[in-house]
Design a protein around this ligand. Structure first.
Ligand SMILES: C[C@H](O)[C@H](O)[C@H]1CNC2=NC(N)=NC(=O)C2=N1
Length: 101
C-alpha cells in the first residue's frame, strides 16, 4: 500500500470528525459513557483491525480512549489508516463513545 500525499491526507481528514494529523500518525480521543463501554468500543475495533490486518495504537485511561494510526511497514500514512479511522467512528456510534476535543 503506497503512502498518501499531504493533500490526500488533508482532504480525507476533513470527512473524519475528531481526527488530526501529527506527522506520520493520525490521532483521535474519544470518551465512552462507562469504562465497560470503552472496552466494548476497543473490542469492536480490535475485531476490525484483525480482519484488516492493520492495527491501531490504543491508550485506555478509564473512559478515555486515545487512538494513533500509522502504517508501520510503510513508515507513514496509507489508505488503511483512513479506512481504520472510519471503522473506529462506526464502533464509537455503536457503543456511545463521543469524540473528545
Ligand atoms: C505481518 C503483518 O502483515 C504486519 O505485521 C502488519 C500487521 N499490522 C499492522 N498494522 C499497522 N498499523 N501497520 C503495519 O505495518 C502492520 N503490519
Amino acid at each position: 500500500m503506497r503512502l498518501l500525499t499531504d493533500e490526500e491526507i488533508g482532504r480525507q481528514l476533513e470527512a473524519l470528525d475528531g481526527w488530526s494529523r501529527d506527522g506520520d500518525v493520525i490521532r483521535s480521543t474519544y470518551q465512552a459513557p462507562t469504562f465497560a463501554e470503552g472496552i466494548e468500543f476497543v473490542r469492536l475495533v480490535a475485531a476490525d483491525a484483525d480482519q484488516m490486518n492493520h492495527h491501531p495504537d490504543i491508550e485506555i485511561s478509564y473512559t478515555t480512549v486515545r487512538w494513533a494510526l500509522s502504517t508501520h511497514s510503510e513508515g507513514g500514512l496509507t489508505q488503511l489508516d483512513i479506512e481504520l479511522a472510519h471503522r473506529i467512528a462506526e464502533a464509537a456510534e455503536q457503543t456511545g463513545a463521543q469524540v473528545s476535543r
